[in-house]
Write a protein that binds this ligand. Structure first.
Ligand SMILES: [Zn+2]
Length: 185
């Protein structure tokens, strides 16, 4: 079960004094019974890029590594220490796809759970619509094995590996449908 890998199950000792009495409050923090330090479990910031070509198709990548190796994903990644979300998404798009972003628009935020090295990281995926004036340098690199454009009506949600990315794709498709019907947004 995924919850077996939550910090609440995995963290057994106080990281400050090493005491064994390190108690989860059932919500969001551990407290050390010896030194009284509190350690909070929060969402880590991550970014996701929505990049659309002239035909209105959305750019997906195929994941090279676990979790969800081989499944569809959207480009993006964790925000580094001291980095803004805007800088992070521009960097990730360059690293993974070799593309230059000229403009960003915030789309929304989506919580995710990400199992890595037997620990679940709770992330908050910050999604940006990215304008890329030139798609010709596109190539898959870094943790993307391949990239492919898919029309919104042809996206198979079951092929998407991560829960937040499924929710983002659904939300994107709903907005694309509304725009097609002229509802705008
Ligand atoms: Zn302690």
């Amino acid at each position: 079960m995924l919850s077996d890998f939550y910090p609440s199950s995995v963290f057994k000792f106080c990281p400050f004094c090493g005491a064994k009495e390190f108690v989860w409050d059932g919500v969001k923090s551990h407290t050390c019974g010896a030194c009284r330090h509190k350690l909070y479990t929060n969402e880590s910031a991550a970014t996701v890029a929505l990049i659309v070509n002239a035909q209105g198709e959305l750019l997906f990548v195929r994941r090279k590594y676990n979790p969800a190796k081989g499944m569809l994903d959207l480009p993006g990644g964790f925000v580094d220490l001291g980095e803004t979300a805007e800088r992070a998404i521009i960097r990730e798009v360059k690293e993974e796809l070799n593309l230059e972003v000229s403009k960003l628009q915030f789309f929304g935020s989506f919580p995710n759970r990400y199992l890595f090295g037997e620990l679940v990281y709770f992330t908050l995926d910050l999604v940006f619509t990215c304008t890329v004036p030139d798609l010709s340098p596109l190539r898959a690199a870094d943790d993307a094995e391949a990239c492919l454009f898919i029309a919104p009506q042809e996206v198979n949600i079951g092929e998407i590996g991560l829960e937040s990315i499924r929710e983002i794709a659904k939300s994107y498709m709903a907005r694309a449908n509304n725009e097609e019907k002229g509802d705008g947004l």
